[in-house]
Design a protein around this ligand. Sequence first.
Ligand code: GAR
Length: 197
Amino acid sequence: MRTRIAVLVSGGGTNLQALIDAQSRGEIPDGEIVLVISNNPNAYALQRARNAGIEIAVCTKPDLEAKILETLKDHNIEMIVLAGFMAILSKYFVSHYPERIINIHPSLIPSFCGEGFYGLHVHEAALSYGVKVTGATVHYVNEIPDGGRIIAQKAVDIQEGDTPEILQKRVMEQAEWILLPRATEIVSKRIRLEKVQ
Ligand code: GAR
């Protein structure tokens, strides 16, 4: 029985697309993306899910977490992938899925992470600090924003003349879209093996 995965999104969904593409190439044999949940009804990620024939749900405030938890339960979800999900999940929420929620963050944690560091802001911070290397990190989600155990990281060089937008694209292409499907398979496999024990 493959691990039943829900992907949580808020925006463009290029990381979701990388997961869908990896799944169709057979690179996530131990998991199956069965649901995409967005907290933004206008997220293009929802269209990507529809195009791939994956069921979608939109959960908005108020009671965002309660709605998401109920939707996850209804679909017997065993693992959650945060792929550009722009809301911080509470301790209460994560306690329902210990070591079963993973997140992609567009820097080398512990640099440029935590509350306020999301999307383009992360790359703005890296450029204004003047680091020469950045990258992406996939980590487990716990009650500390970007504070859970690291699963995988990949470094990306910063180049002369980079803007936040140029850097964001390079970090996605060279790190995020590779790391997230790999980490998803690693964790899906661990959960699947736990079930048969
Ligand atoms: C990605 O760069 C992802 O790492 C980042 O938002 C972008 C979403 O793009 N996530 C965070 O900053 C979380 N703190 P996408 O919607 O095209 O995948």
